[in-house]
Design a protein around this ligand. Structure first.
Ligand SMILES: Cc1ncc(COP(=O)(O)O)c(C=O)c1O
Length: 357
């Protein structure tokens, strides 16, 4: 997509909040850095973006985002290496997916190179917030919302694009047990499942709360038609290890094309781990578990990188997974993190150095 000749204005914060932050006790996504990026879409075009001190925005109560949910977002991370260099991981994947999501929600696409330039300028400005340490990172949340006033059900003519950033420590989600969906659905054919549409997430909270009451932390969504095929989890793609073979569902218009997922598949090929991308039946996973052939389930996603699953529930039965010394989950997590933190060769060109001004 061609960039518009727009300049990014930078207004630096007069003081920094950084000294008031307890970096050892961060709760994921609760603290934000000193700056944010903001860009409005008015009169059919994106205006000059500005990077400015982080703070509240003012919206009219009739802004369309509140009424029709025209909102999409992304999630990505920056990492600091031992030499204080800051890196992004495959940022163009997120930028392109952002625009794919926008298109589906009738939101105008954001120029890719302006996105990357703004992101880089913002991260450079807040680089002290990217702390060192394996597992420590800066979580980056770009999003766009419909801001036109008026409650008529039609696409907004005004939008606000923003990027906000939140320091994150190593992600530990505790023991995760998942429930295979048999009633509720996350996405349907022809729907918005492949987009990071805000409403996809809001709609999962209620069924996930019900699953929590039964002792599960996450739901693995199944196809909406039959509930026979396993698709993806709340904010993660999902992998199954049966014997020594890795299985994951193909992406479709119901499943998010996860950056971590595709990176795992590339690494599996590199390291000679057999991986099959195909539809996976609930019944085959249950059968494999009953025969003792199901060795692992793990989720892949930006927040946790790789999240091992301890057990699952299906049709009133609970299954526990074995604890493995040489799990694929820890293998892929280590390999991915070594690339992200500049501790291993970047064979596939996934790292992106944030230039320093
Ligand atoms: C629904 C869903 N599936 C999968 C993922 C994992 O994608 P990624 O690896 O790009 O973070 C996410 C998180 O972005 C998600 O929200």
């Amino acid at each position: 997509m061609k960039n518009l000749p727009l300049a990014i204005d930078v207004v630096e914060a007069k003081t920094s909040k950084i000294d008031s932050v307890d970096f050892d006790n961060l709760v994921f996504g609760n603290v934000f850095t000193d700056h944010m990026m903001e860009c409005d879409y008015i009169d059919g075009q994106w205006q000059n973006p500005v990077i400015k001190p982080y703070g509240p925005i003012q919206l009219d109560p009739s802004a369309k985002v509140f009424h029709y949910g025209q909102a999409i977002f992304e999630g990505m991370k920056a990492f600091k290496d031992d030499e204080d260099q800051v890196w992004l991981f495959r940022p163009m994947e997120n930028i392109q997916r952002f625009n794919k999501s926008s298109k589906r929600l009738a939101i105008p696409e954001f120029p890719e190179d302006l996105f990357l330039e703004g992101l880089e300028t913002l991260i450079d400005l807040d680089r002290d917030w990217v702390k060192k340490g394996f597992g420590t990172s800066l979580y980056i949340r770009p999003f766009v919302i419909a801001t036109e006033t008026g409650v008529s059900a039609s696409p907004s003519k005004k939008y606000k694009f923003m990027i906000i950033c939140s320091p994150a420590k190593a992600y530990y989600s505790g023991d995760v047990r998942v429930f295979f969906a048999d009633k509720f659905s996350r996405a349907a054919d022809g729907g918005v499942g492949y987009a990071k549409a805000a409403g996809n997430y809001g709609a999962q909270f209620y069924p996930t709360n019900l699953a929590k009451e039964e002792g599960y932390q996450q739901i693995v969504w199944t196809d909406a038609n039959s509930h026979e095929y396993l698709e993806e989890a709340g904010t993660m793609n999902i992998f199954f290890r049966v014997g020594d073979k890795l299985l994951t569902a193909p992406t479709s218009d119901r499943i998010l094309d996860g950056v971590t997922r595709k990176s795992v598949l590339t690494l599996a090929e590199e390291f000679g781990i057999e991986a099959e991308v195909r539809r996976i039946k609930v019944s085959e996973i249950v059968e494999a578990a009953e025969k003792g052939e199901l060795k692992e389930i793990f989720g892949s996603g930006t927040a946790a990188t790789i999240n091992p699953v301890k057990g699952f529930g299906n049709k009133g039965k609970k299954y526990e997974l074995p604890q493995l010394e040489d799990s694929y989950a820890s293998f892929f997590k280590k390999k991915l993190m070594e690339i992200q933190y500049n501790k291993a060769e970047d064979k596939f060109g996934w790292r992106y150095l944030v230039k320093s001004n």
